[in-house]
Design a protein around this ligand. Structure first.
Ligand code: FPP
Length: 250
């Protein structure tokens, strides 16, 4: 039986998030430039998106560029931005054909104009698709997002339109860039690093983490299935005890 057949179609996570890591190390091992690592990583994006779509995942979030990534050498930042623009332009037809709705989270205003233009065009053209939502985290960091949300909420309190006593978890959720998106049930990080690196800190309160040594450009559909299969072996308790979960209520 292959891995895909071992997956229970009734327990597919609705939302999977991925920290795509290891492009640079993959390139180094091959004696290639770091940019080549990122270019090769695009194929893995395609593989994971296809696998997620086939399994019925409804939201796939990819950490494509962090706030901290702006500190990389200019040459690499420029190459990543160009790669993003070109990939989005090339893939837009295929995204539409496959029912993919594109979304971006992060400090999008901070991206170069060419990148924003390509992104907004693709978001607009795919906005009616419903099979899966592909969420690109760009110029994203969780602390930035939480600071941003706090400012917006503070403004409302200042204006008198929000009573501090009524601030709830949902108030916070409504002001994050992930507003309206369910929290990820599964977070995958490639390349052997076991950190969350300022990614979806609020949203990952109950998320299962899956770490693999596979470098991102080597991460193919089978690896995605492996992660889902591992997730399905876990018991998610949300602070309860096993017996409560096994009762009819859950
Ligand atoms: C991490 O590897 C990867 C990135 C910072 C960029 C990820 C971008 C892509 C896969 C390509 C574009 C994506 C889309 C959605 C079109 P690293 O450079 O940190 O690797 P290292 O830790 O081995 O140096």
């Amino acid at each position: 039986m292959n891995l895909k057949e071992q997956i229970d179609p009734k327990r597919i996570p609705l939302h999977v998030a991925i920290i795509m890591d290891g492009n640079g190390r993959w390139a180094k091992q091959k004696g290639e430039s770091r940019i080549m690592g990122h270019i090769s990583g695009v194929e893995s994006v395609r593989e994971s998106l296809t696998a997620a779509t086939e399994l019925g995942v409804k939201h796939l979030t990819l950490y494509a560029f962090s706030t901290e990534n702006w500190n990389r050498p200019k040459e690499e930042v420029d190459a990543l931005m160009n790669l993003l623009v070109n990939t989005i332009a090339q893939e837009i037809a295929s995204l539409s054909e496959n029912g993919v709705r594109l979304k971006a989270i992060g400090d999008i205003d901070n991206l170069p104009e060419s990148c924003k233009a390509a992104l907004f065009k693709a978001i607009d053209q795919t906005s009616n698709n419903t099979t899966i939502e592909l969420i690109l985290a760009l110029s994203y960091s969780s602390r930035w997002e939480i600071v941003n949300a706090t400012r917006k909420i503070a403004e409302m309190v200042k204006k008198g339109t929000l009573d501090p006593a009524s601030i709830s978890e949902d108030t916070i959720h409504q002001h994050l860039t992930t507003k309206g998106i369910p929290d990820p049930e599964l977070l995958i990080r490639t390349s052997g690093e076991k950190r969350i690196s300022n990614f979806l800190l609020w949203q990952c309160a109950y998320t299962e983490f899956y770490f693999t040594k596979t470098l991102w450009p080597d991460f193919k559909k089978e690896h995605f299935y492996e992660a889902i299969a591992a997730y399905q072996q876990r018991e998610r308790r949300f602070g309860m005890v096993s017996e409560q979960l096994n009762s009819d209520a859950h």
